[in-house]
Design a protein. Structure first.
Lengths: 307, 307
């Protein structure tokens, strides 16, 4: 089934204890589409860039089978730019620069050929823009997943609540789940958040794995213990891309299949952090991915007969 | 097979955001023996208490099938006492009082009837005392597991290194693993620590689960997501008790069985934190434990065929 992805396509400049980059290709939708392209047959991108965005980076997306008909190019404007510096433990970072540029007045136009998309991934953006995408879909997609962040909880809580109400799966991190719910316990947080609308909630805990909640069921997928995390930028988006891409590819939204999708998302994220930016993500193949998924199985599966 | 446990049997006074206790029964060996008593046929305790230690608490251990022939009672001295206060997030605590008392010159005497113990759990104590226990075993046990803490890394590193070299399984938390190895990455830490002697290393990450390392294998067991952690005191010792107790009961030290033992240890620890001190731990039964183990299976197991 085809997948529609909306989010930022942008420039990042990243500094980690291992080095720093100049402006490189980044943005939530870049990571989501690249990650999902290894699974979903058809990935449809809705985003906006400025005239400064390199044509060969758009070509790179196309080479991964990503449809960029919905990628608006504002020739006389500049692309969204984010710059950040990671602390030594890689678990926190300072934002050095945020230039909204083209994102400031982004009007998400959905090409007619995208209207049949059964799966939708709303990457982190203003909740108003995310909501507009849902409203512009002529037919309710089979599954809508959404990412967001603290920033929108601080400045656009009402719009955020409205958008959250409309989605099936919310994908956020532990800190965001605590802020959104006002609960420290993630079990309590997950109940409150699912009362806001989404039947499914994924709470990402970075190096500590991810939790999937639905009804009275909960599934936990660990993160792969790595010798070195080189650059965490985009890991959350790459997770979301692997998750939704796997669901679109298998077209099965049962809880059991969502568990598998969480593993695929985690596997993709584990690649992402091994190099700067999208470097590792653009050079994968099916066999490499499946061998990584096997590592997650080996890490977490056990044979146990309760007597 | 029978299990020998050494460690503190003591008084604790605990303060958490949910309330505070007077002096209650505590100590590493108390939690370890109670937890392992649900699995191992024979649990042999080596410890020391003062004349102030209530006889009915010793009787309670006996009711759980714990052999207290090796529990020395120094009638004219006082028992070890620890008092601590947990912070709001329950992840950190301040020690308010530590009175070594009888532990100050503890000479661990092993009764002849304990000499056939095939499994040994060295609870957190001075590494010199832990080493003495190993040296006083007439026959090398089948498996020796050991807990320790930062305190001994600070003040008795040489003795600690000597003792660590003699054990099969080291069970410590993530912070301790980082201090012991000087490595932030737990994968790197685990390699360095296993080069120090222990073939198996368990790194406990509290609410984030536990990792088991051996050779190039790693297994991860999540912690059960709980609505409320009431009192974390003794959770690590309860984990160790469930782990070693399951191994002694099954008498199988293969990696696959150690994975199961980590689940049983995690299940026991998840009970421990539900009430103050040993309150929850003393009132369990086989069926309740197995239903909790099933919750861990439901939480972490997945059906996935890699195509």
């Amino acid at each position: 089934m085809s997948l529609l992805v909306i989010g930022s396509v942008a420039f990042d400049a990243i500094e980690t204890p291992f080095g720093k980059t100049d402006k490189i290709i980044g943005g939530a939708a870049t990571y989501i589409t690249l990650s999902s392209s290894y699974f979903a047959k058809q990935v449809n991108l809705v985003a906006v860039v400025g005239g400064d965005f390199p044509k060969n980076d758009i070509a790179l997306l196309n080479e991964h089978g990503i449809d960029t008909e919905g990628l608006q190019i504002k020739e006389d404007q500049k692309s969204f730019f984010w710059s950040g510096k990671y602390h030594n433990d890689m678990n926190s970072r300072d934002t050095l620069v945020t230039e909204l540029n083209v994102l400031g007045d982004f009007d998400p136009i959905i090409p007619a050929s995208y209207q049949s998309s059964e799966y939708v991934m709303l990457g982190n953006l203003s909740p108003q823009v995310q909501k507009t995408v849902i409203e512009r879909m002529e037919k309710r997609p089979k599954l809508i997943a959404m990412d967001t962040m603290n920033f929108w909880m601080d400045i656009a809580k009402d719009e955020l609540d409205e958008t959250i109400k409309m989605v099936d799966v919310l994908i956020i991190n532990d800190e965001e789940a605590r802020q959104l719910s006002g609960e420290y316990s993630l079990v309590k947080a997950s109940k409150k958040i699912r009362e806001m609308g989404p039947k499914y909630l994924i709470i990402k805990k970075g190096e500590h794995g991810a939790l999937l909640f639905n009804q009275d069921r909960v599934y936990f997928c660990p993160a792969l213990p790595l010798e070195e995390v080189f650059d965490p930028t985009g890991a959350g988006d790459t997770f979301a891309g692997g998750f939704i891409g796997y669901l679109a590819a298998t077209d099965d939204i049962s809880f059991d299949n969502m568990k598998r999708a969480v593993i695929y998302g985690s596997a993709m994220a584990s690649f992402c952090v091994e190099k700067f930016g999208t470097e590792r993500l653009i050079a994968l193949d099916k066999k490499t991915i499946e061998s990584r998924v096997q590592a997650f199985i080996d890490l977490s599966q056990v044979e146990l007969q309760i007597t």
